[in-house]
Design a protein around this ligand. Sequence first.
Ligand SMILES: Nc1nc2c(ncn2[C@@H]2O[C@H](COP(=O)(O)OP(=O)(O)OP(=O)(O)O)[C@@H](O)[C@H]2O)c(=O)[nH]1
Ligand SMILES: [Mg+2]
Length: 493
Amino acid sequence: MTGLLDDTRAALARAINVYAGTEDGDRLTQLRTRLDEPLRVAVAGRIKAGKSTLLNALVGERLAPTDAGECTRIVTWYADGHTYRVTAEMTDGEQQQLTFHRDEGVIDVDLGGLPPEKVTRLLVTWPSARLRTATLIDTPGIGSLSESVAQRTWDLLSPSDSDTAEAPADAVLYLLRHLHSHDLEFLRAFHDTEVSQPNPVNAIGVLSRADEIGVGKLDSMTSAGKIAARMATDPVVRTVVQTVVPVAGLLAETAATLTETEVAQLRRVAELPVADADALLLTADRFATRMPELGLTSTEREELLDRFGLFGIRLATSVLRHRVAATATELAAVLTERSGVGELNELLRSLFFDRRDVLKSRSVLAALDALTRASPRPGSEAVAADVERIMASAHPFQELRVLSAIRAGWVTGKPAVLDDLEHLIGGAGAGISQRLRLSDDEGHDALVAAAAEALDRWQRRAENPLTRHQLAVAARVAIRSCEGMLSELGRSS
Ligand SMILES: Nc1nc2c(ncn2[C@@H]2O[C@H](COP(=O)(O)OP(=O)(O)OP(=O)(O)O)[C@@H](O)[C@H]2O)c(=O)[nH]1
Ligand SMILES: [Mg+2]
């Protein structure tokens, strides 16, 4: 994998020489630092899909503004840094440091009178281990608000053909509440044209606000799981995202920032006779207004609804009543577990973070490709040739290409065979155990045996004259993946 990064760096160095002294030269120099920085993951989706809430859940702090406020209309980057700092980048290229304050953990940025439409992005640096793994980019809802706001989100994820700038994000978490044609249109546009087809490799779909499915019933996460699974196998969805997972971001955000005061408030509800609690929690409206004797003010009730949602209050009070959890820490663990954020984190790791070098190289190579096409100059053909050679020969890219070909329906075969192929080339995660569909704690020998078996299986398939051409081509990629696993396992024995 370092080979790929090194090759990319070399191509970039050549490009920096070729474009030295031009406007593009500076941008290329910045691209170099990008290769050493954390992966950039954008959180996108339609208005009020729950993007900012989910971002907070992933960081474990209430950094991004949710609900109203003018900052929700500005693309905001959250990056790890030594100090807490908020910088606004303006349309005229100027930068301005902004003041912010923190109220009960929520950060509130003061635009200082700057009109939001003059701000191209906010950069928030925040010392955080979570942000060290990935820089997270919160985006305004698309299909929403004013055209220009939505346009910023588009630009962020898919630089238009005329624009030679690189796509700022390496990967995207795309939030869907249910499937909407706008979502598919957006996702198609996000993908670069490397294989001139949408490419699912750098996108994960999230069925967001999953607790609201099934109107907040205690089994709504189960229903959400079924819907997400159905979405994930939809042939159209498969061409644009790797998979779809249900997540109740609000539950996860609140769990990460839960206070003992909130637990004490919920306990009052938990201590009611079950029938009374059920009646009170029938609707949000009832919870906000009924049973004055409960001892919670209407503001406290509204705040609990904002923080937990009706489903969250039902779940949390039921957990407290049955003494599954007693403290904020224990309750937080249950809520986190039920929110689905753990599964999402696992996917982020296997599909994005374990592949960060590939995804970052991909962004840089795509930028070089676009630049050499848009602004050719003496020496730029050699850069273009470098890019083409790396794209064509680097095995991780071949894997990604086969993956999108399977997803696009170009490679055909028995479902079980395609499933095997998809796993071996890393479609369900780049780790060896995921590729071999074995559990993480499987011993070294079992992995070696499974990889050897897979190698044999796919060699036979590649050599079989009855294997269709496309599948045979894909089989050769799978063979290399198996060989790669065996050599890695050999090194680690
Ligand atoms: N019940 C429930 N409500 C949620 C969830 N996630 C977000 N919300 C609520 O939905 C509203 C919008 O959430 P945001 O996180 O601001 O959504 P957004 O996609 O960032 O919205 P915009 O940036 O304005 O497009 C807020 O009232 C949240 O509390 C969730 O998982 N469950
Ligand atoms: Mg938002």
